[in-house]
Design a protein around this ligand. Structure first.
Ligand SMILES: Cc1cc2nc3c(=O)[nH]c(=O)nc-3n(C[C@H](O)[C@H](O)[C@H](O)COP(=O)(O)OP(=O)(O)OC[C@H]3O[C@@H](n4cnc5c(N)ncnc54)[C@H](O)[C@@H]3O)c2cc1C
Length: 380
């Protein structure tokens, strides 16, 4: 029994569940083949209050809290969907809400909430990912405009985005203190993108390369203060990592249930697969780890709701959740035999989709590094 959610949250969960079953599940395989989800879907998601759940009503959002965002993530996992909604709703929109100027918020947030435009955030470049302060995309001030030049890669929603928050160097000599965030809108001359990249998983989530060739945007498109971009990104990272941990726990629960069903129904050598002690032990061990994981990530979410989770705790949650997911999804796939290797079965897709979460949003090695910084203090 989870105690995290209020009755109002559970009511919202029911609505989101119906939305996912009706508007995502029947079309998802088609979107995987297309390499992205249609813009029409995003507008429907906006109409149903599934996007930008934490954005206040004055900016066109549903005015919910972090737990509403978790519910959307968990319900998408339930139907086996991995779309770019968390990036749009839980990264791009909060950056604008927390740091954007009033005119920028008024202009962009209502359209993001309605799904009229899709949001991306572009940090990674061909030459650097984990080491964000080494980015080379730069923006130069020219009168009342910023002129941006550079290239980004692996940008979720990049192919379809209506607005992208670009991490740029506005003072290349200042290292992390020279990074700023600037909003670039679709159609701005000099801003182009690739076709969706050919990934091994997350097939319905478009990921693109973005190119900025002397892209001129109004000075007011700067998000927050010049030179504070790195600080803003670091401030939001714990929540983003917690969302990944919540998604991983939900994926494990969903796939454990699916594997119990499959191994109960499927017979080999005249017996259900779950009849083998090997299967029961593997599933029992998975259940124990998943129960522990659920308790920890829900406690982290409660802590986050009560005032914010530390970067160390968020790193622990993401590290343990994604590594545990990698381990047990592999075991679950094994128990499905050849059918586990079919894209028709949820476990195969979950297995391949899960792999990236040990890399993006902070590679496991980077997370270990963060956690190791506090070892000397004895703090747990
Ligand atoms: C599907 C997908 C979606 C993505 N979406 C976005 C997006 O929307 N926006 C965006 O900006 N980026 C996005 N990314 C990029 C992602 O954030 C980067 O891939 C990630 O930050 C790692 O950077 P990199 O790929 O350059 O790897 P590198 O930084 O080159 O790291 C490679 C490997 O080196 C090791 N390593 C790195 N740092 C350390 C360390 N400190 N100690 C020990 N070992 C280390 C790790 O094993 C790591 O996996 C996405 C990536 C993928 C695959």
């Amino acid at each position: 029994m989870r105690t995290l959610f209020s009755p109002e949250h559970e009511q919202f969960r029911e609505q989101v569940r119906r939305f996912c079953e009706r508007e995502i599940a029947p079309h998802y395989r088609e979107w995987e083949k297309a390499g992205h989800s249609p813009r029409e879907f995003w507008r429907k998601a906006g109409e149903h209050g599934v996007l930008c759940t934490t954005i206040p009503t004055e900016y066109g959002g549903p005015g919910g809290d972090f737990l509403h965002a978790c519910i959307v993530t968990e319900e998408m996992v339930r139907v086996g969907a991995n779309l770019g909604i968390p990036v749009h709703s839980d990264m791009v929109s909060p950056y604008l809400l927390h740091y954007g100027s009033e005119p920028l918020k008024q202009r962009l947030l209502p359209r993001l909430c309605a799904g009229e435009i899709i949001g991306s955030i572009a940090m990674t470049e061909p030459g650097t990912g984990s080491d964000l302060k080494s980015i080379r995309t730069h923006a130069v001030r020219d009168g009342d405009a910023w002129v941006i030049s550079g290239q980004k890669v692996w940008i979720t929603n990049g192919f379809n985005c209506g607005v992208v928050l670009v991490a740029c160097k506005t003072d290349p000599a200042a290292g992390a203190k020279g990074v700023s965030l600037i909003a670039v809108e679709e159609g701005t001359p000099g801003f182009t993108r690739s076709q969706p990249m050919d990934k091994i998983g997350l097939k319905a989530q478009d990921t693109a390369e973005l190119f900025f060739d002397s892209v001129r945007v109004p000075a007011s498109n700067l998000v927050g203060e010049e030179g504070r971009g790195f600080v803003y990104l670091m401030e939001q990272l714990p929540q983003e990592r917690l969302v990944i941990a919540m998604r991983s726990a939900a994926t494990l629960e969903t796939q454990l249930e699916a594997t119990i069903r499959y191994t109960t129904d499927r017979k080999v050598f005249g017996n259900p697969i779950i009849g083998f002690q090997n299967t029961r032990f593997k599933l029992a061990e998975a259940k124990a780890y998943i129960t522990m994981l659920r308790t920890f990530v829900d406690a982290c979410a409660a802590e986050h709701m009560a005032g914010g989770i530390s970067s160390e705790k968020a790193a622990m949650a993401k590290l343990v959740a994604t590594e545990t997911m990698g381990r047990f999804l592999d075991e679950f796939l094994q128990l499905h035999g050849g059918y586990g290797y079919s894209a028709e079965y949820g476990i195969g897709r979950a297995w391949v989709d899960a792999r990236v979460s040990r890399i993006a949003g902070g590679a496991s090695e980077v997370l270990r590094d963060i956690i190791s910084r506090n070892l000397g203090t004895g703090a747990a």
